[in-house]
Write a protein that binds this ligand. Structure first.
Ligand SMILES: Nc1nc2c(ncn2[C@@H]2O[C@H](COP(=O)(O)OP(=O)(O)OP(=O)(O)O)[C@@H](O)[C@H]2O)c(=O)[nH]1
Ligand SMILES: [Mg+2]
Length: 308
């Protein structure tokens, strides 16, 4: 990874290959990346980082593709990261995404990248964050991050995004409803996709009632709900408007600080674990906890304080 500045300059003009190599280094957690981080973050232009999440098959990739088209019409250069925490080995979903977004493959002002899971969840969130920083430094804005599935990692990645779009579909079974509740808490904008289905307006009304219910768990201002049909593009301009409108809210001092806190907390947890795991006494400590001679909290305290 010779010259980061030259690489970023080239990327600004639509030269995607060096940027693709940088993302490979980030994804594989190359030791070359760490020394670049200060320069990478300093080179950022302040791109809007948008998370797109929701139940499997709700149309996230189709919607991302439609959003790319909409933002391109608005003269923006668009970066896309498709993150798949659930399947480190099978790349089926990601291949599907590639095909779905293929219509933008020839556009030099669109950069798309699939990121597969490597290692633990927290690591994936951190890697995604650095990849987004690289796209920001390369002049893409907005950066759309699609996460597949519905679990802990989605919520974690959503917490790093400035604006989180949760994609729902009408006529969901109870099972999906349960997943939904957790995701709705992180929603800044809700897209009720598959708007061509008859249940869409009703689903939107139900969600609205649920989100604005007095004394409910959603104490904050309810997010806007937009009905979209990703396959035809209907409602996608409104969705892009809602995303753009949320940008300034996301950048209030309180929210910026909250995000900074999450990023630093994540990095700190990774660092503590990394240091402790390479310290002397790690194996002995694990053995002591396994044999119940030591409780895990005391063990962690001792490792953190370097006392093992
Ligand atoms: N009728 C209808 N079908 C849609 C719409 N949007 C997406 N689909 C279809 O829904 C299916 C799933 O779409 P994807 O975009 O792959 O959904 P996804 O949420 O990215 O799926 P995963 O990444 O696997 O979780 C595809 O067959 C799409 O063509 C829509 O607005 N209306
Ligand atoms: Mg998808």
């Amino acid at each position: 990874m010779s010259d980061l500045a030259a690489l970023l300059d080239a990327a600004q003009t639509g030269e995607r290959r060096p940027l693709a190599r940088l993302l490979t280094a980030i994804e594989s957690r190359s030791p070359d990346v760490r020394p670049m981080l200060p320069q990478l973050f300093a080179a950022g232009h302040g791109a809007h980082l948008v998370g797109i999440t929701g139940p499997p098959g709700s149309g996230k990739s189709t919607l991302v593709s439609a959003l790319i088209a909409e933002f391109r019409r608005r003269g923006r250069r668009v970066g896309v990261l498709a993150v798949d925490p659930s399947s480190p080995y099978t790349r089926g979903a990601i291949l599907g995404d590639r095909i779905r977004m293929m219509e933008h493959a020839a556009d030099r002002d669109v950069f798309m990248r699939s990121m597969a899971a490597r290692g633990e969840l927290g690591g994936l969130a951190a890697t995604t964050w650095i990849a987004a920083a690289a796209l920001d430094a390369a002049g893409y804005d907005p950066i759309l991050v699609e996460t597949v599935g519905a679990g802990q990692s989605e919520v974690e990645i959503a917490r790093l995004a400035e604006t989180t779009v949760v994609v729902e579909v009408p006529e969901m079974g109870d099972e999906v409803q349960a997943i939904k509740a957790g995701l709705l808490e992180v929603a800044d904008v809700i897209a009720v996709n598959k708007g061509d289905r008859p249940g869409a307006p009703r689903a939107a009304r139900q969600l609205r009632a649920m989100m604005s219910g007095a004394g409910g768990r959603f104490a904050r201002k309810p997010p806007p709900i937009v009905i979209t049909t990703a396959t035809s593009g209907e409602g996608v301009a409104e969705l892009a408007d809602a995303i753009d409108a949320h940008r300034s809210t996301a950048r209030s001092p309180t929210q910026s600080r909250e995000r900074a806190r999450n990023q630093v907390a994540r990095a700190l947890a990774d660092l503590a674990l990394q240091r402790a795991a390479s310290a002397e006494g790690w194996d002995a400590t694990l053995d002591a906890v396994a044999s119940r001679e030591l409780d895990p909290v005391t063990a962690a305290e001792r490792l953190f304080d370097g006392a093992m």
